[in-house]
Each structure stands twice: as structure tokens, then as C-alpha cells.
Write a protein that binds this ligand. Structure first.
Ligand code: ZN
Length: 149
């Protein structure tokens, strides 16, 4: 994800991303959003908004508690979003599950409707426009539809 978009999420939801400058031994948030492109930005924005509200309510309830719940890692794995929180609260489950479900039908490059595709090695959620995907090494990989669900 572009740095600017990442910064926008970090700046708008400071409680959720409170560990953005923390040491990697404490939190993996310093690595940013380990996702394939900008396509999940809206999905992450909507999720962040919900989680931030829950954290603010929690902090109001426990004003003396410094160790409030927060994000610890946000990444793509096997074509889907994984979003991990510390001090997990039951209220986190529904919005996180919803965002993870949406990630499997949202192109991770552009945000259009996509589906889970494979190039034989990796799984990604892509729209028809983005099935030819530049690898980190600058080569073209072609992704094809698969049925896993
Ligand atoms: Zn796309």
C-alpha cells in the first residue's frame, strides 16, 4: 500500500495504530499494511473506523488502563486480509470477520470486485484486469481462477 494512504489510516485512527512506531519485538504495526496494493484501502478504512470507536469506548470505561487494545499486525495471507489485535475484545470479532470476508471478493490492487486466483504458487484476490501481476522481481505472473470455497 502507498505510504500516503498508510499514513492517512495511521493518523486518522491513532488509538488503533498506537504502536506504529513501536519496536518490532512489541508489535508488527511498524511494518505497515502488508497487503498487495491499494485495493483494500476502503475496506481497511471502514474496519479501522469501527475498531477505533470500540477502543475509545473501552478507554472511557477504563481510564487508568494504559495498555488499551490496539492493532498488532495487518497483512495479506492466502489471498485474504488478516487483522490481529492485542487485548482482544469480543466486539472486535464481527467487524474483523466482515472485513476478512470482503477481502476475498475485493481486488487487492484496485478495489473492484475480485475473486481468489492462483499463479500456481501464490493466492491473490484479483479482478479480471489485474490477473497479470508484477512480481517483486519485476516479472509478469498470470493468475487464474480457482475454486477453493
Ligand atoms: Zn483490480
Amino acid at each position: 500500500m502507498q505510504k500516503e494512504l498508510e499514513e492517512k489510516l495511521f493518523d486518522t485512527f491513532p488509538n488503533l495504530y498506537a504502536d506504529r512506531h513501536a519496536d518490532p519485538s512489541v508489535s508488527l504495526v511498524c511494518f505497515g499494511f502488508e497487503v498487495g496494493g491499494d485495493g483494500w484501502f476502503q475496506l481497511l478504512w471502514d474496519l479501522s473506523e469501527k475498531l477505533e470507536k470500540i477502543i475509545i469506548a473501552w478507554k472511557a470505561k477504563y481510564p487508568k488502563e494504559e495498555n488499551f487494545p490496539r492493532a498488532v499486525q495487518m497483512k495479506e495471507k492466502m489471498a485474504g486480509l488478516r487483522f490481529y489485535m492485542s487485548n482482544y475484545l469480543d466486539e472486535f470479532e464481527e467487524p474483523i470477520a466482515e472485513a476478512e470476508r470482503k477481502s476475498y471478493v475485493t481486488c487487492e490492487i484496485c478495489g473492484e470486485v475480485g475473486e481468489v486466483m492462483s499463479n500456481g504458487y501464490w493466492l491473490k484476490t484479483l479482478c479480471p484486469k489485474h490477473v497479470v501481476y508484477k512480481t517483486h522481481w519485476g516479472e509478469d505472473s498470470v493468475y487464474r481462477q480457482i475454486k477453493i470455497f
